[in-house]
Design a protein around this ligand. Structure first.
Ligand code: NAP
Length: 241
């Protein structure tokens, strides 16, 4: 699983990015671009960049300030060590740890706009619906009196109903395929004797059944079986073994 961390930088031809604590040029189109690509997302900056902001915090973004100063407390700034500690201590997958860090940052003061809106975006290769895109988790709360808590609630619903955290391929052993065939027969998708062989009829029946539940994306063409698909099939046929 991976998260996207983007570096946004304006750099002069000679490599310079700052001068005497300020940006050495004033280009409205550049500032507009920065605003467009960062809006609604957490924005991490060094303490000196924070100091240099003419208006603090950057609106519409969680302003995360990196500093070694443990006494640093400023309205609108989430201090990185709070987030980092929470992230390091949290258990679970990346999504759980990101959410824990977000909530810890909020509890430590958060920022005004970050309390109004919150988002969780986790990408991974083919992690989206039917593997058609990389958006493994893409949830956002745009306007809520307690946005981080609402985001956590939405995530809980998503986690229970939609999220497939692991989908290990299972070996199509005679025992497992036989079980799958009995379960497919129980739901009326297959009308042959359970042979334990992943033959064309069984593959077609599995595809037909998966289609009923919008699970076509879990079908495999490498002779293995999706653990998620098997778990779902077991779920709807509790009396079959
Ligand atoms: N052109 C652009 O795209 C662009 C973008 C942003 C900023 N800028 C310019 O860049 C300049 C500021 O950049 P800068 O590099 O001088 O300063 P900076 O990165 O904004 O801030 C440096 C401070 O960050 C904290 N820090 C750095 N590494 C840390 C770590 N590993 N752990 C904890 N804290 C850490 C320290 O804060 P403490 O001293 O509090 O411990 C350090 O003094 C300004 O001129 C600004 O206008 C340009």
């Amino acid at each position: 699983m991976s998260a996207v961390l983007s570096l946004v930088i304006a750099r002069g031809a000679n490599g310079v990015i700052g001068q005497r604590g300020q940006i050495p040029w004033r280009i409205p189109a550049d500032m507009k671009h920065f605003k467009t690509v960062t809006m609604g997302k957490p924005c991490v900056m060094g303490r000196k960049t924070w100091d240099s902001l003419p208006k603090k915090p950057l609106p519409g973004r969680t302003n995360i300030v990196v500093t070694r100063d443990t006494n640093f407390h400023e309205e609108g700034a989430v201090v990185a060590h709070t987030l980092e500690d929470a992230f390091a201590r949290a258990e679970g997958d990346l999504c759980d740890r990101l959410l824990a860090a977000l909530r810890a940052g909020d509890a430590a003061g958060g920022d005004r706009r970050g309390k109004q809106s919150a988002a969780l975006l986790v990408v991974r290769d083919g992690g989206g619906y039917e593997g058609r895109n990389d958006r493994y988790i893409d949830l956002r709360v745009d306007d809520h009196p307690d946005a981080p808590a609402e985001l956590a609630r939405l995530f809980g619903v998503w986690d229970t109903t939609m999220l497939v955290r692991t989908d290990e391929p299972l070996e199509a052993s005679i025992e497992l395929v036989g079980e799958v065939q009995r379960r497919l027969a129980a739901v009326g998708a297959l009308d042959i004797e359970a042979s334990g062989s992943l033959d064309d009829a069984t593959t077609a029946a599995l595809a037909e059944w998966a289609g009923r539940y919008n699970l076509e994306g879990r079908l495999r063409d490498d002779g293995m079986l999706s653990s998620h698909l098997v778990a779902e099939l077991r779920d709807v046929t509790p009396d079959v073994s």
